[in-house]
Design a protein around this ligand. Structure first.
Ligand code: NOJ
Length: 736
């Protein structure tokens, strides 16, 4: 591990030897996806004009590029080698949103660790992850890459990922630099349209969208990436408020900031600048240290410095940030990749981590009359139907450039291996893909369902329907899938839906047509065995939703941490379009915050997820009803497993600050813990809550905890009603 003082001295010494061109070179990143070291890259490296490359994943090519940079350039500065290692490298973990459904920071950290070790074998020393944009809009395709809608869950998992990628020692073999992205508020794009405008008031920005970035910075993340979008009128890539005031002055970040792909030149397209030179000026002035892929910096920064518009001090500050990261990564000592020094990719540990992550990520949304688990002993045949039952590539999800599809085990194969000897497993794909509107094979599917003891439908959306630039306005199951469900339902055979998707979907049109739903996200390499084990009761589902499931798109954004409003909806004060004539005029019905044509609640709430165990929560209590600022209250609950199987449960603590100087959410997650209970076991689960944990950014943008009344709930989802209260006394405001 590098000593900070020595690192600063080394940075200063090297910087002192650099020409302006070499400094600008450090600030420039080039695409190197050709699969070899082409002349133009070699020449750039020799001239010291390239500080980083991306998208090269061949250790020999990386070593050759490093060799040229080190041996043939004047100062021999090694390269940062970046890649989107988002949820695994060869071994693919569930998509990040699926990992968030595990509510298991240790497991998420291990997933990132496995990904780092595998990526390092290819010479990658920098991943563009974690993506920690809070997202409350499932239309946005990039919600798949996010950790969901909740500040605390995202904070904890963001830190876990940073720690997993970077390891205990960033300079150790197998540790790679992380990049928290996209700074900031990219997840708030209008109507979920990727790249669109974001408008977020500063209190909301600080209380919601910036929090995970602050947590990542405090966890030592090496880099941040800017967002493509404009925020409150200023594109993030030219946003001095974000990149200087918040990130550097308030948070003291000393890593470096990279633009997104060509997002500096896009400042012109946004209408912020007239040309690339002005774009380079805006980005450098705002605090973007490195340009990803574009050439605005390499073409224009030197002239801007010579004209006196950008000071050499500003350039030096950016280069210092980049060199500091390179020293911390140990690149000057160990620039070359030796795959033989690292564990083999896709080893048993990697696959087991992927299997555990998939297992814990699956959320059982519904299970009527114990339709699940299926019992292999008491059935003779099962029908497997649907476009995603045997789709090894699709189950990997978005952003899997390097994922090895040959490692994928599909649910179809896993079910065969698990029960194929005892149960007749029949399979009809029924649709070529999830978008298909051809129903020619539905009769055959209905036939095998009719003849079987249960029908398992593998539905959802392929990986190309979520991720970057994959926004959808209609988030029902695409194609004719709902019709397929109805056809199978009509056979009278119990119907189990297993849904693989990159986003929360609106399932209103199928929810009553099926007996049970397992929502499996895109579960990665080991999705099949995990799903098979859950279907047949080898394991109990334990995933919990990291994002709310709307009933219909018109409800979006709908999330658990909404504000109360002055007219909150309740069952007694809402009307429906079908009874508005009779109900609304007679009373004050309908004068609250709701939609006339749907229920005001979501279809499935944040934190929801069923189990084969029967968990009961009782006796919520606090150790005291009053605390002073700076003190801690302990909130406890008893959790019993009154079922007959052992299972994990994710216990969740929510809090509401009843009166505050700005309106506060009706519930905020303040703690969670995954616990395992044997049948008949009861445990007490305690959460310590310090008054700092209740701090928020108030009207003057300072982090404060305000005294007053708080409600606290504990339960198995955000809908829990098991409540206690406490009060914070003391009028001294408490700075964070
Ligand atoms: C654009 C994406 O927005 C970003 O997340 C990604 O890291 C870069 N491209 C590099 O592929």
């Amino acid at each position: 591990m590098s000593d900070p003082q020595t690192t600063e001295q080394r940075v200063a010494r090297l910087l002192g030897q650099m020409t302006l061109a070499e400094k600008i070179g450090q600030m420039s990143q080039r695409d190197a996806s050709d699969g070899y070291a082409p002349d133009y890259l070699g020449d750039g490296l020799r001239a010291g004009c390239i500080g980083s490359v991306l998208n090269v994943v061949d250790a020999d090519v990386v070593n050759e590029l490093q060799r040229i940079a080190i041996e043939e350039s004047r100062l021999g500065v090694p390269l940062m080698v970046g890649r989107d290692v988002i949820h695994g490298f060869k071994t693919v973990m569930p998509i990040p949103l699926g990992q968030a459904a595990t509510w298991n920071p240790e497991l998420v950290k291990e997933g990132a660790r496995v990904a780092a070790l595998e990526a390092a074998t290819a010479g990658v020393n920098w991943t563009f992850a974690p993506m920690i944009d809070i997202s409350r809009d499932p239309r946005w395709g990039r919600i798949a890459e996010s950790l969901g809608e909740c500040v605390l869950l995202t904070n904890k998992l963001a830190v876990a990922m940073v720690e997993g990628f970077q390891g205990d020692d960033l300079s150790a073999t197998g540790s790679i630099a992380a990049c928290a992205k996209h700074f900031a508020a990219y997840g708030a794009v209008e109507s979920g349209r990727d790249y669109a405008t974001t408008n977020v008031p500063e209190t909301e920005l600080r209380n919601v969208y910036l929090r995970p970035f602050r947590a990542a910075v405090e966890a030592g993340v090496t880099t941040l990436m800017t967002s493509f979008s404009d925020l409150n009128g200023v594109p993030a890539t030219g946003n001095e408020f974000l990149l200087r005031q918040v990130l550097r002055d308030e948070w003291g970040f000393d890593g470096f900031v990279v633009s997104d792909w060509d997002s500096i030149r896009q400042l012109q397209i946004h209408g912020l600048t007239e040309n690339d030179r002005e774009s380079a000026f805006e980005a450098a002035t705002a605090g973007v240290d490195m340009e990803m892929h574009g050439d605005a910096y390499s073409n224009h920064l030197a002239a801007l410095v010579e004209e006196g518009r950008i000071s050499i001090d500003a350039i030096d500050a950016a280069v210092r940030n980049i060199l500091r990261a390179k020293y911390r990564l140990g690149l000057f000592e160990n620039p070359y990749t030796k795959p033989e020094d690292l564990p083999a990719v896709a080893n048993d540990h990697a696959l087991e981590t992927a299997r555990q992550a998939a297992l814990q990520s699956v959320v059982m949304l519904k299970n009527d009359n114990g339709a699940l688990p299926l019992s292999a002993e008491s059935m003779s045949s099962v029908a497997i139907i649907g476009p995603l039952a045997d789709a090894p590539y699709q189950q990997l999800g978005t952003w899997i450039f390097d994922g090895d599809v040959d490692l994928s085990i599909t649910p179809m194969h896993a079910i065969h291996s698990l029960v194929g000897r005892d149960v007749d497993v029949r399979y009809v794909r029924a649709m070529d893909n999830s978008r298909s509107k051809i129903n020619a094979a539905f009769d055959e599917a209905a036939e095998i369902a009719q003849e079987s003891d249960a029908a398992i439908l593998f539905l959802g959306e392929e990986s190309i329907l979520s991720g970057e630039a994959r926004s959808r306005a209609d988030i029902n199951l695409p194609g004719d899938q709902a019709e397929l469900v109805r056809r199978i339902r009509a056979t009278g055979t119990p119907v189990i839906a297993v849904i693989l998707a990159g986003r929360p979907l609106t399932l209103t049109n199928i929810v009553d047509e099926v007996d049970a739903i397992l929502f499996a996200w895109h579960p990665g390499t080991m999705g099949g065995p995990a799903i098979a084990d859950l279907l047949f009761g080898i394991e109990s589902p334990s995933g919990k939703l990291p994002a709310t499931f709307a009933r219909m798109v018109g409800q979006i954004p709908i999330y658990y941490g909404q504000k109360n409003t002055g007219r909150p909806p309740s069952p007694d004060n809402v009307a429906h379009i079908d009874d508005i004539d009779t109900r609304a005029p007679q009373t004050s019905l309908g004068m609250s915050a709701f939609h006339l044509d749907t229920c005001f609640t979501p279809l499935f709430a944040f934190g929801h997820g069923l189990s084969y165990a029967a968990f009961e929560y009782e006796h919520i209590r606090t150790n005291t009803h009053k605390i002073r600022l700076g003190e801690t209250v302990t909130i406890s609950v008893e959790l019993a497993n009154r079922g007959d199987v052992a299972a994990d449960e994710v216990v969740q603590l929510y809090v509401r600050d009843l009166v505050a100087s700005i309106t506060r959410p009706v519930k905020e997650l303040k703690g969670f813990r995954r616990v395992r209970l044997e049948p008949g076991q009861t445990v007490t689960v305690d959460f310590d809550l310090h008054t700092d944990d209740l701090a928020f950014y108030g009207r003057n943008m300072q982090l404060i905890t305000e005294p007053g009344e708080f409600h606290a709930w504990i339960g198995g989802s955000s809908e829990t009603q098991l409540r206690t209260e406490f009060r914070i006394i003391d009028s001294n405001r408490f700075p964070g």
